[in-house]
Write a protein that binds this ligand. Structure first.
Ligand SMILES: NC(=O)c1ccc[n+]([C@@H]2O[C@H](COP(=O)([O-])OP(=O)(O)OC[C@H]3O[C@@H](n4cnc5c(N)ncnc54)[C@H](OP(=O)(O)O)[C@@H]3O)[C@@H](O)[C@H]2O)c1
Length: 160
C-alpha cells in the first residue's frame, strides 16, 4: 500500500527554498511514529534537505543522477517504476515528498496522512489539491498547531 505523508499549510505550502518553512516538534514526532520501521520514498531535493538516511527506515531516493557515495539506509531509484519495483515486497510504503513526488504518487496512493497546519507560511512548493470526492476522512486528530487527518481513497488508484 502506498501512503502519502505530508505537513501542509492552509494554502497547501509544503516547502520554501529547498527546506520546510516551519519547525514543529509535535509534527516531527508524529512523522517518526507513522513511518518508523517502514520503507520511504523521497525526491532528491527532499533527501538533500534531510541530508542523511533516517534511523529505522529505508529511504528510497528518486534521482536521475547516480549517487557519488553510498549512504547507509538509502537506496537510489532512477524512476517511479524503479522505486515501485524496489519496494514491491513492502506492505506499506510511505511517500514523504517533496512536491514533484507527491504529484507523481498521489494517483497511485491508497491513503494519505496529512498534518494541516493552522498558520500560513510563504513558500514555493505546494502539495497537490486534495479532491474530496476521491479522498474521505478516516480519522481526524487535533494537536495544538495542526489537525492531522488520515485520508482513505474512495476508489481504486489508477494503474499508471
Ligand atoms: N511539508 C512537508 O511535508 C514536506 C515533505 C517533503 C518535502 N518538503 C519540501 O518540498 C520541497 C522539495 O520538493 P521538490 O518538488 O522541489 O523536490 P523533490 O520532489 O523533493 O525532488 C525532486 C527531484 O527528485 C528527483 N525525481 C523526482 N521524480 C523523479 C522520477 N520520477 N524519476 C527520477 N527522479 C525523480 C529529481 O532529482 P534529480 O534532479 O536528481 O534527477 C527531481 O529533481 C522542499 O522545500 C522540501 O523541504 C516538504
Amino acid at each position: 500500500m502506498i501512503t502519502l505523508v505530508a505537513a501542509i499549510d492552509p494554502n497547501n505550502v509544503i516547502g520554501k527554498a529547498g527546506s520546510t518553512p516551519w519547525h514543529i516538534p509535535d509534527e516531527l514526532k508524529l512523522f517518526k511514529a507513522i513511518t518508523y520501521g517502514h520503507a520511504l520514498i523521497a525526491g532528491h531535493v527532499t533527501y538533500k534537505s534531510i541530508g542523511h538516511g533516517l534511523p529505522g527506515r529505508t529511504l528510497y531516493v528518486l534521482s536521475h543522477s547516480k549517487p557519488t557515495k553510498n549512504q547507509e539506509g538509502v537506496v537510489f531509484c532512477s524512476s517511479t517504476t524503479d522505486a515501485l519495483e524496489k519496494t514491491k515486497n513492502e506492505r506499506t510504503v510511505f511517500v514523504i515528498g517533496g512536491g514533484s513526488v507527491y504529484d507523481e504518487f498521489m494517483p497511485l496512493a491508497q491513503e494519505m496522512r496529512i498534518s494541516h497546519l493552522r498558520t500560513e507560511y510563504s513558500g514555493d512548493v505546494y502539495f497537490p489539491e486534495i479532491d474530496h470526492t476521491i479522498w474521505r476522512i478516516h480519522t481526524k486528530t487535533e494537536y495544538p498547531l495542526f489537525t492531522h487527518i488520515h485520508y482513505v481513497r474512495n476508489e481504486q488508484p489508477s494503474k499508471n
